[in-house]
Ligand binder design. Structure first.
Ligand code: C2E
Ligand code: MG
Ligand code: MG
Ligand code: MG
Length: 279
């Protein structure tokens, strides 16, 4: 089959699901790996303080603007780039564009922070923290406005280097967030020894959790744990008024989700800030 021949051609794709995804959308693997940094742009999704209703930041989410397929979801390229050791180019490109965007928000008077996703696999590079620091320095944005969301989408092998990088990044003033909390691999247990600033509860727990007692308990306990650890609790996947109200009553700090805004491009986000933010 087409799938089998793809798998034999590209050895790194041990995961059939990835090959499936690629063939579904009609990409060839050459196209995926041939991703030019220029085709990847950040979209921005608002993060809002549940207590004050203020816009406090945005998450930067990668989109590929494909000449033929239009806006392509990161699910079609991130896992493949990670598993083929090609993720760093995207990471640095996203960081640079996101930090530059953050600078443009600040220049307009919107002092919000920008969250950038960092693959766990990148943390094994001993020079990562220095590279990140240099990229952000060039943008002119203060490190404290950059949040690095660590997503555990692949098993981590080099825990020592990861710890070293995270500790340095934290010392350099960046904020660190545990993304998709409650899902992922067990190596995250080791990473909780690093001083994180934010715990991001995975959307699979948040979405429609109001009608499900077990989910409610998981979410409330996660918020409680975050507070005990003196870190901010963030709920992603907030889709309804009911989700919002429930999280507010549970004293969750920050909400992100379609209820507030979908991820939108830079121009649209500038417009969004104008409407949303009470300076
Ligand atoms: P994530 O970091 O957990 O980002 C949240 C995802 O949830 C985003 O999907 C966002 O569009 C989606 N989302 C937000 N609010 C809602 C909601 O209310 N309902 C629902 N159903 N979904 C919501 P997206 O943009 O497709 O990104 C998927 C994942 O790809 C991200 O999950 C992140 O792990 C990864 N990713 C995206 N950009 C980058 C990047 O630049 N670098 C790396 N390493 N990973 C990235
Ligand atoms: Mg994230
Ligand atoms: Mg997340
Ligand atoms: Mg998620």
């Amino acid at each position: 089959s087409q799938l089998e021949s793809l798998l034999s051609k590209f050895e790194f794709m041990k995961n059939k699901k990835e090959a499936q995804i690629v063939t579904e959308i009609g990409f060839t693997l050459e196209e995926v790996l041939g991703i030019h940094a220029k085709q990847i742009v950040p979209f921005f999704q608002a993060k809002v303080d549940l207590k004050s209703n203020r816009l406090i930041g945005a998450e930067s989410l990668a989109r590929r603007i494909h000449p033929k397929y239009g806006v392509v979801s990161p699910y079609y390229f991130i896992p493949i780039l990670e598993n083929s050791n090609n993720i760093d180019e995207l990471t640095f490109n996203m960081l640079e564009n996101s930090a530059t965007a953050c600078r443009s928000f600040h220049d307009k008077g919107y002092l919000i922070s920008i969250s950038v996703n960092l693959s766990l696999v990148s943390l094994s590079d001993p020079n990562l923290s220095e590279k990140i620091t240099q990229i952000v320095r060039k943008s002119g944005v203060e490190n404290k406005y950059i949040v690095l969301e660590i997503t555990e989408s692949a098993a981590m092998t080099d825990i020592a280097n990861a710890m070293e990088n995270l500790t340095r990044l934290r010392m350099n003033g960046f904020s660190l967030s545990i993304d998709d909390y409650g899902t992922g691999y067990s190596s995250m247990q080791q990473l909780t020894r690093v001083p994180f600033n934010e715990l991001k509860i995975d959307q699979s727990f948040v979405h429609d959790f109001g009608d499900n007692e077990a989910l409610r308990i998981v979410v409330e306990s996660s918020i409680h744990m975050a507070h005990k650890l003196h870190v901010k609790s963030v709920a992603e996947g907030v889709e309804t008024q009911q989700d919002w109200d429930m999280l507010k009553s549970m004293k969750c700090d920050i909400a992100q989700g379609y209820f507030i805004s979908k991820p939108i491009d830079l121009d649209a986000f500038h417009d969004f800030m104008k409407i949303f933010n009470i300076k």
